[in-house]
Design a protein around this ligand. Sequence first.
Ligand code: ATP
Ligand code: MG
Length: 658
Amino acid sequence: MSDDATSTGTHPAENRTFPPSSAFVQNANARPSLYSEAARDRLGFWKSRAASLSWHKTPTETLDWSDPPFAKWFADGELNAAYNCVDRHVESGHGDQVALLAEYEDGSDAAFTYAQVKDEISRMANVLEGFGVTTGDRVAIYLPMIPEAVFAMLACARIGAPHSVVFGGFSADALRSRIEDAEAKVVITADGQFRRGKALPLKDAVDAALSGGAESVTNVLVVRRTGGDVAWTEGRDVWWHEARESASSDHEPVWVEAEHPLFILYTSGTTGKPKGIVHTTGGYLTQASYTHRDVFDLKPDTDVYWCTADVGWVTGHTYIVYGPMANRATQVIYEGTPDTPHQGRWWEIVQKYGVSIFYSSPTAIRTAMKWGDDIPAKFDLSSLRLLGSVGESINPEAWLWYRRVIGGDRCPIVDTWWQTETGAIMISPLPGITDAKPGSAQVPLPGISAEVVGDDGEPIENEKTGYLVLTEPWPSMLRTIWGDPERFKETYWSRFPGKYFAGDGAKRDEDGDIWLLGRVDDVMNVSGHRLSTTEIESALVSHDWVAEAAVVGADDETTGQAVVAFVILREGTQGDVEAAGGEEEAAKILRAHVGTEIGPIAKPKKVLLVTELPKTRSGKIMRRLLRDVAEHRTIGDTQTLADSSVMDLIQKGLEDKK
Ligand code: ATP
Ligand code: MG
């Protein structure tokens, strides 16, 4: 991608920076000296991060990279992740501190202290052991966003049984393929889940998944949530609340080696078939807790933290369960959707609990932006002091909106780049240190080595687009793809030998800050120019009318590919569009806007106004499906699509306009 410049440099928002307030600078957990410390002695730096965990046996080794790309971190150390996330806080006198503030969709709530969490996970660990689960056995977890999901994960960690959490919105087929791939022994699920005020079945999907295969499963542990009737397989199915009663709340955590697998998690499937990513215990927990403490500036005695992700995604693993709990956070976990029963639901929760640190995704922010400023304005958001974003590039316009409308112009924003594979945050500003730049993830964290390289693997600068690579191993890196070490090598380590290839396009600006430009698979080639999806989408979103945009390159006889844009307008802009002369005229205006923001080459050939975009269940735009539409093909695999009717809606909408 280094062949030519597609640098924008013209987007007005790109040039603004937001230095941290002096109060933040003084009190931030992260000190600027971290960068020099890590640069001087990277492994020594990680060794001292690992020392903040409680080890049963303190490691003397740091990194073993003698058989790349298979890394071992802290290999001679022993620890237990659940002990680190729960027991040690109880032992240090914080048993009465609230760990989880569970907010249910209907507005009811429950709080669990660290001592109560210890009790719950110990019981669940005893129940699992009663099923014959031992260290190394896999357990599938298929639950809604209720505290039991956290308990289940930590119960597995307690006995060293790797969990494989499958998002509760996935189908029986998706569940079965993940259970079979991991050969799970037990499935932990619920009778049902609440979604937009309705009780939906969940255990039915487990029954369906198990009836068609998944023979490794001997028991199903069922949490009662919705209270509806469920089919029951005697001898296999066990109610959680019944087993809990007779289970002891004493349980000795199993000390495992640092390299013992903690979990398997399948990627979101934005670009293709999900991969079973394997994470181990010591290195993962080290980086999870360090990044959570420093990137989110967690003050465990005063902060109320809330990450809106689902535990079915890596963000929920690292920044709901392992990072925050290792750091003794008090946090909100919310069962429902952002708009049930009203579009201000999230902001109501921030107000209710006095949330001070809020971590969410660009897709959620753009949706809130689409709904309008007046909705968050109804709630008191003054408790917030830091905001985070993850999942996709955040368009500068959405960043500015987030800062102004949600953050009251006072909260630093951390735009955190990382992946299921990296296990924890890799590139992000540090609050109190970095002057934030809207739309850029900016700098590798202390201890992390990232580069932007060209086709030849050599670093490139000066705003040229290239590939993001990680040049040194890091503690929370994936160790392999479950059952497929060859695919692990091939997918991540073969494109640039010796370097980890992330699959994302990127550039460095003149300050050396890193900008993520979209997935390499999505990059467009128009008349020999490589164009970034992110930059064109950000240009579209910078127009007042536009809430969200997705662009794809569609085959074109003359230019190789042509840019086709799918655009969602903000609510309340219909009048402006009419006044401009209707949809066709509006499309012309938006094309011209991209032309002035980026340059004529980036102008979309077509701008299509739509009401929805296809997204994964984790909220990421699935551009490959839009490419199918733009190229008039039958739509490809939609298994990971959140709402399968979206593609029909888009196609029908486009038909009607013909
Ligand atoms: P699959 O690999 O199966 O296609 P996925 O890549 O969507 O799925 P995840 O591991 O959940 O699965 O997502 C990681 C990807 O999300 C990154 O590679 C990147 O494309 C994108 N991403 C995450 N955070 C950011 C960010 N702050 N800025 C830009 N992109 C981001
Ligand atoms: Mg990926």
